[in-house]
Design a protein around this ligand. Structure first.
Ligand code: S3P
Length: 437
């Protein structure tokens, strides 16, 4: 358990209650980061509607302001961003908890040749950065990490970047995006090939800003140098935030919940396939579009789940939803097995270890592997668990509490504000008994 001083707020969840009604969940975090960064280097003024005003994305907003872009808040979630030729900020840039903010900014700044030091909170300062520093170094960029391979990231101006062929070892949208952003500042063709398709928001959004690139199977080709032109971006609702409500409604008897306009980008919704294979009752409404991203309403009714073996080919497009899927698995009949998910160990915390620890506290049997977990479905008992400083773990255990045999306390929940401001209020609005203490 973290020392008391680090605990911040906590949730107390009272079991019982069905989730009913129709809700909107917050805007997409990945797309909000990208829209703000791309607007910051585009020629002209971009308008961003439905920008996620969470701590992570606000850190990116503050970062681009410190780097010389003009960011004006016109209303809630509504921003006008005027691009600039980015300038050395003269002080370290604090990316907060955001791996996406730090890794994408590093690529962008390396490509634009800007001196900068990137730092973050306690969690981000322990996350691996060689995965971007090394390939950016192969392009000729000067990007240094601490000896441990973690931040601070120190980016030196003055390097001339060369176009490069990259074969990524892990499916990572952050790495892929950092390299594509750096490639904008090179002269020639950069190719990035991933082992499996990770989220493709960068490939979808750069063309809206006038950038030409091609995607063929798992390879993206981008010829530099290219500049961005301002455009208007509307951000859809975040499927990763919807996932907590989808699972809580699936588990709680009597639930019938609609979540409106949820992002349905195929690289993000592996969790729906997993839940449907487990027996969930999720009706997808007709597809429409928000900008260049597909969206639809989801209607979720309570259903009995059964354990499955999650195909490892589904892992990349399910990656952020494993904590909440582990709760679904723990509430299912039988065994669920996940492998090929070693990346979970280097997220905001080690999500395999932290989820296994919390599930054990609540009486669920698990077996932990280097790259996955087996979860034997059962009854959640009452107990006190910690988020380990990770927003997705905090919200996941809130779902466990809704169907436990007694109250569940989740410690260290202040981090939920990094991605889902207002989570507990929205939960209470639909009948999920999550109390802030
Ligand atoms: C993200 C990519 C993923 C994901 C993260 C957001 C992005 O990380 O886990 O929450 O916006 O590009 P990796 O690139 O490390 O897989």
């Amino acid at each position: 358990m973290p020392p008391a001083a680090d605990i911040g707020t906590m949730y107390r969840i009272t079991p019982g209650g069905a989730l009913r009604g129709a809700i909107d969940v917050p805007p997409d975090k990945s797309i909000s980061h990208r829209a703000m960064m791309f607007g910051a280097v585009a020629d002209g003024t971009s308008r961003i509607w439905n920008f996620l005003e969470s701590e992570d994305c606000q850190a990116t907003r503050d970062a681009v302001s410190a780097l010389g872009a003009t960011v004006e808040r016109i209303g809630p979630g509504d921003y006008a961003v005027t691009g600039a030729s980015l300038q050395a900020p003269g002080r370290p840039i604090d990316c907060g908890n955001a791996g996406t903010g730090m890794r994408l900014l590093a690529g962008l700044l390396a490509g634009q040749g800007v001196d900068a030091t990137l730092v973050g909170d306690e969690s981000l300062m322990q996350r691996p950065m060689r995965r971007i520093a090394d390939p950016l170094g192969r392009m000729g960029a000067d990007v240094q990490t601490a000896k441990t391979g973690c931040p601070p990231l120190v980016i030196g101006a003055g390097a001339t970047l060369r176009p490069t062929v990259h074969q990524l070892e892990v499916a990572s949208a952050q790495v892929k995006s950092a390299l594509l952003l750096a490639a904008l500042g090179t002269s020639g063709l950069t190719k990035v090939t991933e082992p499996a398709r990770s989220r493709d928001h960068t490939e979808r959004l750069l063309p809206a800003f006038g950038v030409s690139l091609t995607v063929e199977n798992l390879t993206i080709r981008l010829r530099g140098p290219q500049g961005l032109k301002a455009c208007d971006v509307r951000v859809p609702a975040d499927p990763s935030s919807a996932a907590f409500f989808v699972v809580a409604a699936t588990l709680c008897p009597g639930s019938d919940l609609t979540i409106r306009n949820v992002g349905m980008n195929p690289t993000r919704i592996g969790f729906l396939d997993v839940l449907e294979a487990m027996g969930a009752d999720i009706a997808r409404g007709p597809l429409s579009h928000v900008g260049n991203e597909p969206v639809c309403d989801l209607r979720v009714r309570c259903a009995a789940l059964k354990g499955i073996d999650v195909p490892s080919t589904w892992v990349a497009r399910t990656i952020d939803e494993f904590p909440i899927l582990f709760i679904a698995a723990a509430g299912a009949a039988g065994m669920t097995r996940v492998r090929g998910a070693r990346e979970l160990r280097v997220k905001e915390t080690d999500r395999l270890a932290a989820m296994a620890a919390g599930l054990k506290t609540l009486g669920i049997r698990t077996a932990l592997y280097d790259d996955g977990i087996d979860i034997d479905g059962g009854e959640f008992g009452a107990g006190t668990v910690t988020s380990a400083g990770d927003h997705r773990i905090a919200m996941s255990f809130a779902a466990a509490g809704a169907v436990a045999s007694g109250p569940v306390a989740v410690l260290d929940t202040a981090n939920v504000a990094t991605s889902f401001p207002g989570f507990s209020r929205l939960a209470r609005d639909v009948g999920w008994r999550v109390e802030d203490v």
